[in-house]
Design a protein around this ligand. Structure first.
Ligand code: FEO
Length: 407
């Protein structure tokens, strides 16, 4: 992949990973990803972030096409997760930089990852400025976005904010800029990225956006560590983050289920009928064919969800348990929810799903529907009514009204 000059003397020197389809081992990334590193040519030549160790030679050739590596003076480590620091031992040997800039936590993490106390660390704090000659770096603490070490670096004169994991997408592409890719794909991948990686940290995203607004930082480009550089419409992704971090749903509902002998699937369709009756748009998600990371992406922009699982071995089906464990960690909020499911003789699944719903900042708006073995006409009517109740609760939520809890 050729290097790209994103602005005069500022280069994207990253790597495109077309093959990674399972990021972090828990999130499907069918479009691959990029590991973005950036090189600024100034009196002090500076490299921002790196790439996974297995791509270190790709990074080498990228940089080498512009300058010999030993000419680099500074390395800025905005984030220490191995997808952005894995090549550091190799780079340190080749470059022998004058300084490695990192946050206080970044320093600790570099030591914990690479065990090299003699590297020339320079710990920076929020607001600190470093001159490169014609340009100035200014650092922003962004703890937990995505790890405790994470920070942003602002290149003042060029008005470029290097944002580490924030504002990224897992999108392998031959193009480097937001205006060069298909917009639907771009925003879908940005939504999926936020839902699966950052949603848990929404309160911190909210604080960060408020801080950036208060600082009145002029932003010409957002340069994240994954995906495209936002040069034409950085406001679009900032506005989306503003919506997502406030967990503002779109008034739609999801029916998410797994089934064993079709009874819970039949119930799921009846719940959808109830949502339709009251005019709420819905999506039916079968966990047998939908990966957890796609289901959680739909959760991010919805206002309600209904969970369905039959009882198996005094619990719920494993795919539902997997999804709920995942969802519980990502903490969706400002929604309404309920559950349903069939059972043979013990019937614990609905209670268990309700317990997890109650742990979230989500209103359980119906006690749930349980059906023994196979639903009959009357029991399907209860499922339709469940759908109507959830639908009305979604509408109340969207109208800013209080939704009564059934807990
Ligand atoms: Fe792309 Fe948190 O690493």
């Amino acid at each position: 992949m050729p290097v790209t000059e994103i602005k005069k003397d500022i280069y994207w020197v990253g790597v495109v990973d077309w093959n990674i389809h399972d990021f972090h081992g828990y999130s499907k990334s069918p479009q691959g990803t990029t590991y973005n590193a950036y090189l600024v040519i100034d009196d002090k030549i500076t490299l921002f972030d790196s790439v996974p160790a297995k791509f270190q030679m790709d990074l080498y050739h990228q940089i080498r096409s512009i300058i010999p590596l030993e000419k680099i003076d500074y390395i800025v480590c905005n984030h220490i997760e191995p997808d952005h620091s894995g090549a550091m031992p190799f780079l340190m040997e080749k470059i022998q930089p004058e300084k490695v800039f990192c946050s206080k936590m970044g320093h600790r993490m570099l030591l914990d990852h690479f065990h090299q106390p003699d590297w020339p660390y320079h710990v920076v704090s929020g607001g600190e400025e470093i001159s490169l000659g014609k340009r100035t770096l200014s650092f922003l603490e962004t703890r937990m976005l995505h790890w405790p070490d994470s920070m942003f670096t602002y290149l003042k004169e060029d008005q470029i904010l290097f944002t580490s994991d924030a504002f990224g997408e897992h999108l392998a592409t031959s193009e480097r800029f937001d205006d060069e890719v298909e917009q639907g794909v771009l925003m879908h991948e940005a939504t999926k990225y936020y839902a699966n990686i950052l949603n848990l940290y929404s309160p911190l995203v909210k604080k960060l956006l408020a801080k950036v607004e208060e600082m009145q930082l002029p932003i010409r480009m957002l340069a994240p560590d994954h995906g495209v550089v936002w040069r034409s419409n950085p406001a679009r992704i900032i506005e989306s983050y503003g919506r997502w971090c406030n967990q503002q749903g779109n008034g739609k509902a999801l029916v998410i289920y797994d089934t064993m002998w079709e009874s819970t699937r039949t119930m799921a369709k009846a719940v959808c009928e109830g949502l339709h009756d009251v005019g709420v748009e819905y999506k039916l998600i079968d966990l047998q064919v939908t990966h957890r990371s796609d289901a959680i992406t739909d959760i991010l922009e919805s206002s309600g969800f209904v969970l369905g699982s039959p009882t198996l071995n005094n619990g719920m089906l494993p795919r539902m348990a997997d999804f709920l464990m995942y969802m519980r960690g990502l903490k969706p909020a400002n929604m309404v929810a309920a559950s349903f499911g069939s059972y043979g003789w013990s019937g614990e699944a609905v209670k268990m799903m309700n317990e997890i719903i109650k742990e979230l900042d989500v209103v359980l708006c119906h006690p749930g529907v349980k059906v023994q073995y196979v639903p009959g006409h009357e029991q399907l009517g209860q499922c339709v009514e469940l759908g109507r109740t959830v639908g009305r609760a979604v509408q109340a939520l969207m109208a800013g009204e209080k939704v009564e809890s059934a807990a």
